[in-house]
Design a protein around this ligand. Structure first.
Ligand SMILES: Nc1ncnc2c1ncn2[C@@H]1O[C@H](COP(=O)(O)OP(=O)(O)OP(=O)(O)O)[C@@H](O)[C@H]1O
Ligand SMILES: [Mg+2]
Length: 379
């Protein structure tokens, strides 16, 4: 867009809740709250010295915390071994297979109880396909095991008893909830299938669940359109959690929400994880949110896993140029500067050797990115 703008001299009004993108693309910025402009000015000025309390809150909300440690000896919930997902491309009258869309190649990963595996990668890199395949919702090849049991070979009927242990939450809090069902009906749908108890007990269970996800139980007979995006996502989380699963796939659960609501959802997910020792497979474009929740991270590109390691390793010393470019694009100059200052302080405290090795790693990751001049400015 920036290139097009330069070539054709276009004026752009860019609307987003992604502060990193705004910092990168906008010359001037307008901050709105409840339909009113609360602050406007040059982007750098607004980001570095915000005046209005709402702008300050938005910028502060950029810090979303970090995951809680995984318990020692945590049981392995999910494991895949060189998982392959190829979609056949069929043509002609007889639907002959003429080729394949290779959505995922050789994905080997694992998730333990209380652990989050973050999956990042550009659009079309195979994230959702991978998530659907581990849930056995689409066909794939090679090993998938759940709690040590091979589930790749199970048919639909054999999978059914396992369904309550594995749940999924989708990105779109508008599209993923049926508009014709009340919140009570949406959340209790799984209970009707998996538990035999009566309606009264189900209402009580939904009421407890709503309270747990931070919604007023008195709203259970309302319909999805009567809730905000963040509240709808809480309903979707309640629907996934009511059967007390062990493993939950979260496919971009915060992407449609603004940063302040994202922070609340991340905190909710973190507290549910701690309470029930849930294993999460967490998919997101937003590296800050991934970092806030994930213990391990997988980076995908065109169906391949190009990087796989602990979140600290992947975020602080990314090895693959693709991961380096993703990280460079996700963090604003202000973020990089603040983080550098904090980490440098820690490293200095730990001795000068660690300090230099950090500078070397960070310099390497910033090389080739537009942040390099900034990095040099700082030192
Ligand atoms: N049912 C399908 N049939 C054929 N091709 C498919 C099917 N589903 C996905 N694909 C292809 O597989 C590739 C991976 O898609 P996928 O939805 O997994 O990407 P993604 O990483 O989740 O992207 P996004 O970030 O946009 O959600 C894409 O090239 C897509 O076009
Ligand atoms: Mg997807």
């Amino acid at each position: 867009m920036a290139d097009l703008q330069k070539q054709r001299e276009i004026g752009i009004v860019f609307i987003s809740h992604d502060l990193a993108v705004i910092a990168d693309i906008a010359d001037r910025v307008v901050v709105m709250q409840h339909g009113a402009v609360v602050e406007m000015g040059l982007t750098q000025q607004v980001f570095e010295s915000p005046v209005h309390s709402y702008t300050k809150m938005l910028l502060d909300a950029e810090t979303i915390g970090s995951p809680l440690p995984v318990q020692l000896g945590a049981v392995e919930l999910l494991r895949t071994d060189q998982l392959k997902i190829w979609f056949p491309v069929q043509r002609g009258l007889f639907r002959r297979t003429v080729g394949y869309v290779k959505a995922v190649n050789d994905a080997s990963l694992s998730v333990r109880a209380g652990e989050t595996l973050g999956i990042v990668g550009e659009s079309g890199s195979g994230k959702t396909s991978l998530a659907l395949a581990v849930m056995r919702l689409i066909a794939s090849e090679n090993g998938i095991s759940f709690l040590g049991r091979d589930i790749q070979c199970l048919n639909r009927r054999q999978m059914r008893p396992l369904r309550s242990d594995m749940q999924i939450v989708f990105q779109d809090p508008f599209g993923s909830l049926s508009p014709r069902m009340s919140v009570m009906e949406i959340i209790s749908e799984g209970l009707e299938i998996h538990s035999k108890s009566d309606q009264k007990i189900h209402r009580e269970m939904v009421s407890v669940m709503l309270h747990e996800v931070g919604l007023d139980p008195a709203t259970m007979d309302r319909y999805p359109h009567e809730f905000s995006g963040g509240q709808r996502q809480r309903v979707a989380i309640a629907r996934a959690m009511i059967l007390r699963p062990k493993f939950v796939v979260l496919d971009e659960p915060t992407s449609a929400l603004d940063r302040t609501v994202q922070v609340q959802i991340v905190e909710l997910l973190r507290s549910l994880q701690e309470k029930y020792q849930l294993g999460y497979l967490f998919i997101s474009h937003d590296l800050k949110v991934v970092r806030a929740l994930s213990h391990k991270v997988v980076v995908m590109k065109d169906g391949d896993i190009v990087e796989h390691g602990s979140a600290i390793q992947v975020f602080d010393a990314p090895q693959h140029p693709y991961t380096q470019s993703l990280l460079a694009a996700a963090y604003t100059k202000k973020d990089v500067m603040l983080k550098l200052l904090v980490v440098v302080q820690e490293k200095v405290d730990n001795g000068i050797g660690a300090y230099w090795s950090f500078i070397k790693n960070r310099g390497y990751f910033l090389c080739g990115s537009h942040l390099l001049p900034w990095f040099l400015d700082i030192f």
